[in-house]
Structures are given as C-alpha cells and as structure tokens.
Design a protein around this ligand. Structure first.
Ligand code: R5P
Length: 286
C-alpha cells in the first residue's frame, strides 16, 4: 500500500488502538436542513476537537469548518437525489478528484445501494472512484445500506452489501449494526465503521457503539445520536470513551451523566484558545 494511502487511513483509523471516531454531518446532502444541523457551524464547532475525523460535503466544509483546525476530512462525493425525489439510490459522483485534493480530503465517501434500482450505477461508480482516488493515494469509504429500505438490515443483506463494497476496492466500509454483526465483519476484508442511525436514547446509542466494537467494527461514524442529543459534547465524549477508552456501556453512560452536570469551562486561557479556533458555543472541560 502506498505511503500516502496508509498515512491517510492512519488519520482516520488511529494506529495506536486501530479504532476510529468519525463525526457524520453530511446529512444535508439529501435531507436538507436536518434537525439540529440547520446551522452546520453551530453543530460542528464544539464537537470538532472530540472526533478523529469529520464526514461532510464540500459545501459544509467550505462554509462551516475552520480550515485552521486540523481535523481530517472524509469528503462525501456522491449525491444527486433528495428525500422527496423519486429514488434515493439514483446517485452519481458529484465532486471531482481535483476539488477533493484542493480541500485536502483525507478520504472520499460515497454510497452504494445494493439491491436497489440503481445498484449497478452506484457499484460501478465506486469501482471508478477507487481507481481514480488510488492514483493520488486517497482512500475511499463506501457507505452501504442507507436509504428508505432500511428495514433490510439483517446480517445476510449487510454482509452482501459490505462485501461487494470491499470487492470493488473500498478501503473502509460504513454500514449499520445488526444482530449477528460478527458475520458481517468476518466476511468483509476491510475495516467496518458503523453509522448511528436515527436518534435513540443516549444509553441505547452507547450500547450500539459498544456492541458494534465488540463485534469487530473499528469504530463509529455517528451523527444524529451525537448532535441531536440535548448534550452533544458529553455524548461524543462518552462515545469516545467506548471507542478509544475501552469503556463499557455503564461507565460511558455514567461519564455522560457526569459531563452533563458539569459547568462550562471558566478558565480564561482555555476559553481564549477555544475562541481562537471556534465560534462562541457552550464548552466543556476535557
Ligand atoms: C447517510 O448517508 C450519511 O452518510 C450519514 O453520515 C450516516 O447515516 C451516519 O449518520 P447517522 O449516525 O446520523 O446515521
């Protein structure tokens, strides 16, 4: 594997523990102004320093993320359909490799829709994207199983979708957790990261992260269960405790509750440092 490719993957999946905490904020690309992500900068800023990488579109990257803050970017490069359109699976590649390089993307992300009307189009696009991105040492993250037909989330379907993504050359696969998830991980030769899905109670979301990792996922790419929480910073820190701190669900939830009670940081030096890199939002101590 080329040095650049390895280095970029190492920024997403930390080699110290082979784990990844990605924050997903790309939802607007087909959902528009998703609840609590209406003003992307406001949602993203307080969470930036707690994630390993950030998954978003180029529009949100340019408008809502400080380029001086060194968070690796996983750039969504597929799109073309909306939640009110005829078929969510009708996606194409919407970003050129040149623009991805200009934006210093650490990885490119696109969706494939296995079993859908546009299955072939999205799978072929994945193969082409991998060929193009590899020329520049950029890894590709394939997102599987997102869409209206999310009811099909069993191990058999997810194993099929994840394996197809890996066979096309995806370097990392993102999918949903399911019963018998070990089977999905076992038959996918590249690392798997799980999406959080719809907002559920915080303890349940922590349990989802814990179970996914216990079953072999390298980490999470969580969105709504973090920024739709009433306490996004405590929530991402609790998820982090599971992903990088090997916490169990009880310990992580206790941490979440403790952080929720914590008052915003008073220390003026810390405040000043935060102010220099982020807009004014409630902050918590690290
Ligand atoms: C969906 O296509 C997007 O890629 C999201 O990033 C993904 O679903 C993860 O976000 P959430 O944890 O909110 O499901």
């Amino acid at each position: 594997m080329d040095w650049g490719l390895q280095n970029r993957i190492a920024q997403i999946i930390k080699p110290t523990d082979n784990r990844a905490l990605m924050l997903a904020v790309d939802h607007g690309y087909f959902l528009g102004p998703t609840e609590k992500l209406e003003v992307p900068r406001k949602a993203i800023s307080p969470l930036l320093k707690h994630c390993d990488s950030l998954m978003l579109t180029r529009g949100v990257q340019r408008t809502s993320v400080n380029p001086k803050f060194p968070t690796p970017i996983v750039l969504r490069v597929s799109g073309g359909s909306s939640i009110i359109g005829a078929d969510l699976s009708n996606e194409e590649i919407t970003v050129s490799i040149k623009d991805a390089i200009r934006l210093n993307a650490c990885a490119l992300a696109m969706s494939i829709f296995v079993g859908s009307k546009y299955e072939k189009q999205t799978i072929v696009n994945l193969g082409k994207l991998v060929s193009e991105a590899e020329e520049f040492g950029i890894p590709v993250l394939a997102v599987t199983a997102v869409g209206k037909e999310i009811g099909q989330k069993d191990a058999r379907y997810l194993s099929l979708a994840c394996r197809i993504a890996a066979e096309q050359g995806a370097h990392i696969v993102k999918t949903y957790y399911c019963k018998n998830f070990e089977k999905v991980v076992e038959s996918c030769p590249v690392p798997i990261i799980i999406a959080g899905g719809k907002k559920i109670p915080e303890r349940d979301a922590l349990e989802l992260a814990y179970n996914s990792i216990k079953s072999g996922a390298v980490g999470v790419d969580m969105g709504r269960n973090i920024w739709q929480s009433d306490n996004p910073v405590p929530m991402i820190r609790a998820v982090r405790a599971i992903v990088h701190g090997n916490s169990n669900v009880n310990d992580a939830f206790t941490l979440y509750q403790k952080l929720c009670k914590e008052k915003p940081v008073k220390n003026s030096l810390v405040k000043q440092k935060i102010k220099n890199i982020q807009p004014k939002t409630k902050q918590y101590s690290t």
